[in-house]
Design a protein around this ligand. Structure first.
Ligand code: DGY
Length: 322
């Protein structure tokens, strides 16, 4: 009996590709060049399954050219690269990679918050540029983390991880906004209090975005929302770029309407809005919140496990459309 054919659309850990080869006939992207939609469509034409990352859009046009395709396993917890309506219409199972990246991503959210509030990269650039000549009482004075008010928008697993770090590690008062409220038990564990979005933006010293990107969250943070924030506030985005209106954010940072921003994700990434690049009060990182070797490996293995379980007839392990 012939093995199911799988396309691995980006370079991943070689041993994970080898695991897949034990179960499937595998075509793996050898160069890690991002294939154009036309190249991807041509390669998917005879495939039964695909292993993707967030950089490939799976939409109706692509699915129309992949008549055998039954499953796409995303090596990411976010799946805004999937057109789920089109996948449902085509009967294609989608899976993501939740849980295995929660703590690593929450660590990074906190690291980015601290680097931003305490002006770590800005001060390092100053030092490396040879501009440090003497200690000064207000040099790179930033905002305190401990004892401040943390506002988290998006209180899924990663949001809860950030809340726990803030409340238990740094004595922060934690406010959160989410589509639905947490159970009283989870609110107690996270020491987090529900607020509506406007109230949270007005009250928080630091706002961290950890929500999924959907039509409803597009430009959730724009000029009007930034205007509500405290003048000394910090905004951190480890979710998806389109959630923040980058032009409005650059304007607010330039005008010191808010103090600083830390961004790991960008609208149209890997392009970054030139106005953001020109500012010193923003910390910019290239979508690395889940990037530790063990976590990226666990994400890759979970995507592979989804493909293996699905074709074994056990059903996908972490389905996102059923
Ligand atoms: C995720 O898992 O959604 C990350 O953004 C991928 O890197």
């Amino acid at each position: 009996m012939s093995l199911p054919r799988i396309l691995v659309t980006r370079a991943i850990f070689p041993d994970v590709v080898e695991r897949l080869r034990a179960h499937f006939e595998v075509e793996a992207n050898p160069e890690d060049a991002i294939w154009t939609p036309a190249e991807l469509a041509a390669r998917l034409a005879d495939k039964d399954g695909a292993f993707t990352t967030g950089s490939q859009r799976i939409d109706a046009a692509l699915l129309a050219s992949a008549p055998r395709l039954r499953i796409v396993a995303n090596m990411a917890v976010g799946y805004n690269n999937f057109d789920l309506d089109a996948m449902n219409a085509a009967g294609v199972q989608g899976t993501n990679a939740p849980d295995v990246l929660t703590e690593t991503t929450a660590d990074f959210g906190f690291a980015l918050l601290m680097a931003t509030a305490r002006r770590i990269t800005e001060s390092e650039h100053y030092l490396r540029a040879g501009r440090w000549t003497q200690w000064s009482y207000d040099m790179f004075a930033g905002a305190d983390i401990h004892g401040s008010t943390l506002g988290i928008i998006g209180m899924g697993r990663i949001g809860q991880g950030i809340a726990r770090r803030g409340a238990h590690g740094f004595g922060m008062q934690v406010l959160y906004h989410n589509r639905s409220r947490l159970t009283p038990e989870l609110e107690a564990q996270c020491k987090a209090t529900y607020r509506d979005k406007q109230d949270l933006l007005r009250s928080a010293d630091h706002v961290v975005l950890v929500l999924p990107y959907t039509a409803a969250s597009h430009h959730l943070i724009g000029a009007a929302e930034l205007a509500l924030m405290k003048p000394g506030a910090t905004l951190v985005n480890i979710a998806r770029g389109g959630i923040v209106d980058d032009a409005a954010l650059a304007q607010a940072l330039r005008a010191r309407r808010i103090a600083a921003a830390g961004l790991d994700v960008f609208e149209g990434e890997p392009q970054v809005h030139p106005d953001l690049l020109a500012l010193s009060n923003v910390v910019l990182t290239p979508h690395i919140a889940s990037a530790t070797e063990p976590t990226r490996r666990a994400m890759a293995n979970l995507a592979a496990d989804n493909l293996i379980a699905f074709f074994d007839g056990r059903g996908a392990l972490t389905p996102i459309n059923t």
